[in-house]
Write a protein that binds this ligand. Structure first.
Ligand SMILES: Nc1ncnc2c1ncn2[C@@H]1O[C@H](COP(=O)(O)OP(=O)(O)OP(=O)(O)O)[C@@H](O)[C@H]1O
Ligand SMILES: [Mg+2]
Length: 396
């Protein structure tokens, strides 16, 4: 088997040749597009899930479906890198309008809307100035109030789309990066376009606490979006994700070999891709056997420890690493914050709360409910117990 033909796609946001177990999500999305296209009412979608579970690639697939349905899309946009979220929205808006202009002959209408985008971006403090070759149109979306302006910007785009008999899709990844004020503005804007039955949809994705963050930003956010948890694949789906990419190239898996990998990967798509890639490179012939699996097992584990877990562990300060190790020492998740503090060796819970907050900020842990924490990275506890047990941190 040639390395260059390796069909597996371990990594971040790499489209797998077979997107397993997500048919229902894609069907639901298609029906959202259909309903909005005919000016009906349907809620936008917000996905949350652990690292490596397949959020980004699901959004990429939806991007394709929407384009096929004649919609303009923002492409999958990771938010949070710009100091003001409005810069990102201005860029997305300009992109959507240009795409609609290309697809439908509505140049003048788009030009006016681009003028609104320009005025919107001019009032964004410290924002990247968009290179738009149009005069700003004053009086719409340029009050300087982020909520009101975003509402007006989205309405403007929605009206262009409705006029063209099309629709627009915002694909927002790592949405948990947006602060509360930005999330509030996003909620308001999507509420406004949905009230007006405009063909504007959002698919957001983020870490497990995204829903709670949205609800903290706007209490009505619970009714504004459909929330979906993107979880591990079932065994049968994981089996397909593993064997199908090879099968299309004429390479099979022995039944017990596939079952073993499905078990090792615990339903996590990223792990399946890592095993798939290493097996393809190591196996000499079809079918791939259990002894091939045994041969690559340690290599894959080492690789995961180094790249997937190690790099994340290094993001944490010494005290935070100790906090992570304390969590792992407690057994089954979720972990009581008070118990973590005790395992950390803190005299009081307050002593460890800055570490907890910082780890949440860094996206390494999240709080499923008040007084509890859990990891955002699948099987992180197992990694920590093996490589960084709490006993290895000494005592203070
Ligand atoms: N349904 C699936 N079937 C097969 N492989 C998948 C599936 N979903 C994701 N993958 C693979 O899993 C890996 C992780 O996917 P992706 O980057 O979309 O995860 P993510 O949830 O966005 O992770 P992160 O939170 O770190 O951004 C990629 O290697 C991708 O090819
Ligand atoms: Mg992602």
């Amino acid at each position: 088997m040639q390395r260059r033909d390796n069909p597996y796609t371990p990594g971040a946001g790499r489209r797998p040749p077979c997107l397993a177990g997500r048919d229902r999500d894609l069907d639901e999305f298609s029906s959202l597009i259909e309903v909005l296209s005919s000016r009906g009412a349907e809620r936008s979608l917000v996905y949350s899930g652990l690292r490596g579970v397949g959020k980004t690639v699901l959004l990429m697939e939806m991007d394709i479906l929407a384009s096929e349905a004649g919609w303009a899309t923002t492409d999958v946009q990771e938010v949070g890198s710009q100091p003001d979220f409005r810069s990102t929205f201005a860029q997305m808006a300009a992109r959507l309008l240009r795409e609609m202009s290309r697809r439908h002959r509505i140049r003048d209408r788009v030009e006016r809307a681009l003028g609104v985008v320009k005025a919107f971006s001019v009032v964004t403090p410290g924002g990247v100035q968009l290179k738009l070759d149009v005069a700003p149109i004053r009086g719409v979306a340029d009050s300087g109030d982020p909520e009101q302006d975003l509402v007006e910007l989205l309405r403007e785009i929605g009206q262009v789309a409705a006029g063209a008999g099309s629709g627009v899709l915002f694909l927002i990844d790592e949405m948990q990066n947006l602060d509360s004020a930005s999330l509030a503005a996003v909620c308001m804007a999507f509420q406004a376009v949905s009230r007006d039955a405009l063909p504007v949809a959002l698919v957001g994705a983020g870490l497990p606490d995204l829903q709670v963050r949205l609800m903290k930003a706007k209490p009505y956010a619970d009714r504004l979006f459909e929330y979906r948890e993107l979880g591990r694949l079932r065994n049968a789906e994981a089996h397909v994700a593993l064997v199908k990419p090879a099968a299309t190239l004429g390479i099979d898996f022995a039944r017990n070999a596939a079952a073993e990998v499905v078990e090792l990967a615990a339903g996590y798509p990223y792990f399946l891709q890592e095993y798939g890639r290493e097996l393809w490179n190591a196996a000499e012939r079809s079918p791939i056997t259990l002894s091939d699996v045994n041969e690559v097992r340690d290599l894959v584990k080492e690789q995961l420890a180094h790249t997937f877990y190690g790099t994340r562990f290094q993001l944490a300060s010494d005290a935070e690493q100790r906090y992570l190790a304390s969590m792992a020492s407690l057994g089954d998740p979720p972990y009581a914050v008070a118990a973590v503090a005790r395992a950390w060796g803190a005299a009081s819970q307050r002593q460890t709360s800055p570490h907890r907050d910082s780890l949440i900020q860094k996206g390494l842990i999240w709080s499923p409910r008040r007084g509890q924490v859990d990891f955002t990275v699948p099987l992180f506890a197992e990694f920590l117990l093996e490589h960084h047990p709490i006993g290895g941190f000494g005592s203070d």
